[in-house]
Design a protein around this ligand. Structure first.
Ligand SMILES: Nc1nc2c(ncn2[C@@H]2O[C@H](COP(=O)(O)OP(=O)(O)OP(=O)(O)O)[C@@H](O)[C@H]2O)c(=O)[nH]1
Ligand SMILES: [Mg+2]
Length: 272
């Protein structure tokens, strides 16, 4: 695994897409999603003719880029990121900055987040929300064990956020949310190196680094099962999630490294 913290705050502005101005960009992080990318782009475009779509791909090298380019849609792009900077959160955050639209939204590339929810999210942003979070009504499709684990970790996260007087949301770990870019871009740039760049819980870090009050709104949605392709979920996601939770979180993250047989030193060499 590449050493954590290799990503620089400078690199993410190197790939700016010209003429990508507009109101809303849907940022979709992808890794080996060849079987889903075109269906996702087509499905979003069908419902939302004026939304920008920006795939942030971690050098999948599986034909995804060629497939998206082949659509010849001027509002749909895929950026292929440098392999040494691989990271889901880094992809999403870089996408938020590259997008250059008033609102930016992120969602997964496997149809677990319903495309129909984007309309309501956009309406909440138009009504003045700084942040609109998609809230999963049920996590049944995850299976009992994963759903329970997810709820427990979330409770734990909320406790720490309250303790540190940081904003909490109804679904702290949702991968479906939108932000007002002008509000969040300075915060992303200022804290770039402190984000859990290889982690998955982007929303959590955005709340963690936010200053002052946020206008938060919500849209409920049914969490579906993955349509095709393979899940990328792995034990490191739990380790990285705990690592986002200040000092005691890091202790837990070390504990989970031991449980999963993963080297904490390899994941976070900068801490040694
Ligand atoms: N850019 C980038 N995207 C990633 C990476 N890992 C996963 N993704 C994408 O992030 C999204 C969420 O990953 P999933 O594998 O669906 O994770 P999950 O939804 O927790 O797992 P399932 O419920 O099993 O689908 C998908 O769009 C993935 O393609 C990564 O390292 N880099
Ligand atoms: Mg998924």
């Amino acid at each position: 695994m590449p050493g954590y913290g290799k990503q620089s705050a400078i690199n993410y502005i190197s790939l700016a897409i010209p003429d990508f101005m507009g109101l809303l960009t849907v940022v979709i992080p992808t890794f080996k999603e060849r079987t889903n990318v075109v269906d996702m782009a087509t499905a979003i475009r069908k419902e939302y003719p004026d939304f920008k779509i920006l795939f942030m791909d971690d050098n999948s090298n599986d034909g995804s880029k060629e497939a998206i380019d082949g659509l010849n849609d001027p509002l749909t792009h895929m950026i292929v990121r440098k392999p040494e900077e691989k990271g889901l959160a880094a992809s999403v955050l870089q996408g938020f900055i590259e997008a250059d639209t008033d609102y930016v939204m992120c969602m997964d590339c496997d149809f677990q987040h319903p495309i129909s929810a984007l309309k309501e999210i956009k309406e909440k942003m138009d009504a003045g929300a700084d942040l609109c979070v998609g809230v999963r009504i049920s996590r049944k499709v995850m299976g009992l064990k994963r759903a329970l684990g997810s709820r427990l970790v979330e409770l734990f996260c909320k406790f720490f956020f309250v303790l540190h007087r940081k904003p909490i949301t109804k679904d702290m770990m949702s991968g479906l949310f939108a932000i007002n870019r002008s509000k969040f871009q300075p915060l992303i740039e200022k804290n770039w190196d402190k984000f859990e760049l290889e982690g998955w819980k982007v929303l959590m870090d955005l709340c963690k680094f936010s200053e002052g009050k946020l206008k938060i709104d919500y849209v409920k949605y049914e969490f579906n099962s993955r349509e095709s392709g393979e899940s990328h979920l792995n034990p490191k996601v739990t380790i990285m999630t705990f690592h986002q939770l200040w000092g005691f979180g890091k202790v837990l993250s070390k504990l989970f490294c031991k449980i999963y047989g993963v080297s904490y030193r390899d994941m976070y060499p900068n801490e040694f």
